[in-house]
Design a protein around this ligand. Structure first.
Ligand SMILES: [Fe+2]
Length: 318
């Protein structure tokens, strides 16, 4: 069957889990503009069907672009099984994690709920499992970070950078502890979900009143995380301290030096770096080099000098 007037999008067959239902129609491409139905939305993708793709060396299937949300829901629900597939290329694995993270965190900031926090936790767990199995995933994800600033893309980018930096500084950290810190990094700006969009998206500097409201986001985020059932001290600590600065000039508590926890300091580096290297309607993005130069210049006033080199080293291969 050939479908006309349909915009098709490619998906990797390595994202298909045997004996599960994808829930959207999938097509085979048989010519430049020819697509034939492979499986419909109500059918389970059997092992035999997947073998058929392997035997014919089919690495890509296609879906109607309007079914993309349905496909993303399938990915979210089966994320762990999909990422465990050894046929998945490192690039596809990194892209699946990033796309799923975008979908989940966009929902989280639009409507924070216990369910969206649980989805974020599952995502962070799957991401850290993937990094443990294939360390290159971490570098690849750092390379595909979105350069357009939104609160949710910023949260993902900071999460990815901060997990990598934590692994560099604490190479023997347990996976369980890294998962806890990882969720804290992803949720560091959760409080912004409760701040008016007119302040969050303001095209230009904030006035004094707006700035005061903005400075409340660490406390609002910590309260919200507890309200939604995430009161783990390490997570609350990251949300509460990511704007503290080494010389005590940060907010909300003007903590300094060793009074700021290691994860709070790590989050501060990654937060500022991502803010500098992403673009907003009123400012261009800086290059990695220019951003690292600013962070270096702001050390030791804003950042812990002992962490500067491990942070810079993160970008050594990019
Ligand atoms: Fe923040």
């Amino acid at each position: 069957m050939t479908e006309n007037n349909t915009k098709f999008q490619q998906i990797a067959t390595s994202t298909l889990v045997p004996e599960r239902k994808v829930g959207v129609k999938l097509y085979l491409r048989t010519g430049p503009e020819r697509f034939v139905l492979f499986i419909n939305e109500s059918s389970v993708l059997t092992n035999a069907k997947i073998d058929q793709l392997h035997q014919n060396n089919v690495g890509q299937l296609y879906l109607d672009a309007s079914d993309r949300q349905g496909y993303l829901a399938y990915i979210k629900e089966n994320l762990s099984a999909i990422l465990n597939n050894s046929d998945l290329t490192a690039n596809d694995r990194a892209a699946i994690i990033y796309d799923t993270a975008s979908d989940i965190t966009e929902n989280l900031f639009a409507q924070p709920s216990t369910e969206s926090i649980d989805q974020t936790r599952n995502l962070v767990d799957c991401m850290i499992d993937s990094i443990s199995q294939s360390p290159e995933t971490s570098n690849l994800m750092m390379m595909i970070t979105n350069q357009d600033y939104y609160t949710y893309t910023h949260s993902i980018n900071v999460g990815i950078y901060a997990v990598s930096m934590t692994k560099k500084i604490l190479p023997n950290i347990s996976e369980t502890d890294l998962k806890t810190l990882g969720l804290g990094f992803f949720l560091h700006d959760l409080g912004k979900a409760k701040i008016s969009n007119s302040i969050i998206n303001k095209k230009g500097p904030l006035d004094q009143n707006e700035w005061q409201i903005m400075q409340e986001h660490p406390a609002i985020g910590a309260d919200l995380a507890c309200e939604l059932g995430t009161s783990t001290p390490e997570i609350i600590d990251i949300i509460s301290t990511h704007h503290e600065r080494h010389d005590g000039s940060g907010y909300p508590h003007k903590l300094e030096k060793e009074k700021i926890s290691l994860p709070g300091k790590i989050c501060a580096f990654c937060d500022v770096f991502d803010a500098l290297t992403t673009k907003r309607s009123y400012k261009k993005s800086l290059s990695t080099f220019a951003a690292l130069k600013i962070i270096k210049d702001e050390t030791p006033s804003h950042f812990d000098p002992e962490l500067l080199n491990p942070f810079i080293m993160l970008f050594g291969t990019n």
